[in-house]
Design a binder for this molecule. Structure first.
Ligand code: SF4
Length: 405
């Protein structure tokens, strides 16, 4: 069997997006099953054979004959430049035994991993987020749709989560015996009833002890209820979304408060130290709003609190990419942060990659007028509704602020 096209996920994973649409995996382009053979959303499915269907079987066949499905382009691109792809992470670390069987020609389909976007319910309205991932952002846009930077279909968003309108729990009861890994995404999963009921189901069925649970969470609502439930699982990996620190954090991740988040981070540090199988990793974005605080991100989150960190360069919306800064300051802010981080954390793997990104950003050409305009429109709209002001923290945007509405 070819080893450079095979991926375990189309054979062992059910990945469901926010509105109940099935995906190849959470990394595939547009979900990966969006052609004419796409399965119906799981809310319409009466059967429990969610891992079967024309679209996913085509992907499996393509891989098995040694071809690379185009919808997996993100993985192929990373591998082409020598970086580790989502495919390689899953084949090598999460499911080495399943991968070995695939290489031996055993293409059995079974359920070992769930990737579940439980919906868009969220108590934060982060500036780079999308209303389909944050109900608070959707409500803000819906208050003033004429002036908003994007539109939302509130009727669609107000439907209850797909979880309760589908047979997910029946699928898990019937096919979940081999589950090893569950990845939960939101919105904010820790404020969703469905998420709690789902954990209770895994505990009640006695599947939890075999499962590595992974979350993306804004960690605003952690606490003993969750630590008790999580103690039933084999391990828990919490990806804490923290963008910038202090006042930069509060501007991006409105209306969260940094002091509360800082004390929650200390609590999570204690929780992680209680059991080797509890892990917290900081997921932090590098955007045009967080770049000025990257020195402190490294100093506080890595230097002081000693967390693992994973840095994500914002790609969408394009107007919030890190390079969307006026020419007058882009290189100096990027290189100042790069120099500081390099001198203090030169050997740190994730931070040394951030330094490389910052050095590249410093040399990029001016952002397009469209991105400048989209950025200012988005910030002004949010500032009006939140009683904040972009220029208080980022005065260099004045040259665009006065030009665009
Ligand atoms: S190759 Fe990559 S995109 Fe395709 S299913 Fe595997 S992890 Fe997902």
């Amino acid at each position: 069997m070819p080893n450079n096209t095979l991926c375990v996920l189309p054979f062992n994973t059910l990945s469901i997006g926010q509105s109940g649409h099935q995906r190849l995996c959470c990394n595939a382009l547009n979900g990966g099953l969006s052609d004419s053979d796409m399965p119906a959303p799981v809310t319409f499915r009466k059967d429990l054979k969610w891992q079967h269907g024309v679209a996913i079987e085509k992907v499996r066949s393509t891989m098995l004959v040694g071809n690379k499905p185009t919808q997996c382009e993100r993985c192929w691109k990373l591998e082409d430049i020598g970086a580790e792809s989502y495919r390689q992470i899953n084949n090598t670390y999460r499911f080495p035994a399943t991968y070995e069987k695939l290489l031996q020609g055993d293409a059995t389909v079974k359920l070992e991993r769930l990737e579940l976007d439980f919906g868009n319910k969220c108590n934060l309205a982060c500036r780079m987020c999308h209303p389909y991932s944050s109900s608070l952002l959707a409500q803000e846009i819906n208050k003033d749709p004429t002036n908003a930077y994007t539109q939302v279909d509130m009727e669609f968003l107000e439907k209850t989560s797909w979880v309760k309108r589908s047979r997910l729990f029946d699928v898990v009861r019937e096919q979940g015996h081999d589950l090893k890994s569950v990845y939960i995404i939101g919105g904010e999963p820790l404020i969703m009833d469905e998420q709690e009921e789902f954990l209770d189901l895994l505990i009640e069925l006695d599947f939890a002890k075999n499962i590595s649970l992974e979350y993306n969470s804004n960690i605003t609502t952690i606490g003993s209820k969750w630590y008790d439930k999580w103690s039933h699982f084999k391990e828990v990996n919490l990806n804490a979304s923290i963008d910038g620190v202090e006042e930069y954090y509060e501007y991006v991740r409105w209306p969260a408060k940094w002091d509360k988040i800082y004390s929650n981070l200390q609590e999570l540090k204690y929780w992680s130290n209680q059991r080797p199988n509890n892990k917290t990793c900081i997921h932090t974005t590098l955007s045009n709003l967080t770049m000025p605080s990257m020195k402190k991100v490294a100093d506080i989150l890595v230097g002081e609190l000693d967390f693992n960190i994973f840095v994500i360069n914002v790609d969408h919306p394009t107007c919030m990419r890190p390079e969307v800064l006026p020419d007058s300051v882009r290189a100096s802010i990027a290189l100042d942060a790069a120099e500081h981080i390099n001198s203090k954390f030169g050997e740190h793997y994730a931070l040394s990659n951030m330094v490389k990104s910052l050095e590249k950003i410093a040399a990029l050409p001016s952002p397009s007028e469209q991105d400048q305009q989209d950025f200012i429109k988005r910030m002004k709209f949010m500032d009006r509704h939140r009683k904040q002001n972009l220029l208080d923290l980022h005065p260099w945007f004045k040259e665009w602020y006065d030009v665009y509405q």
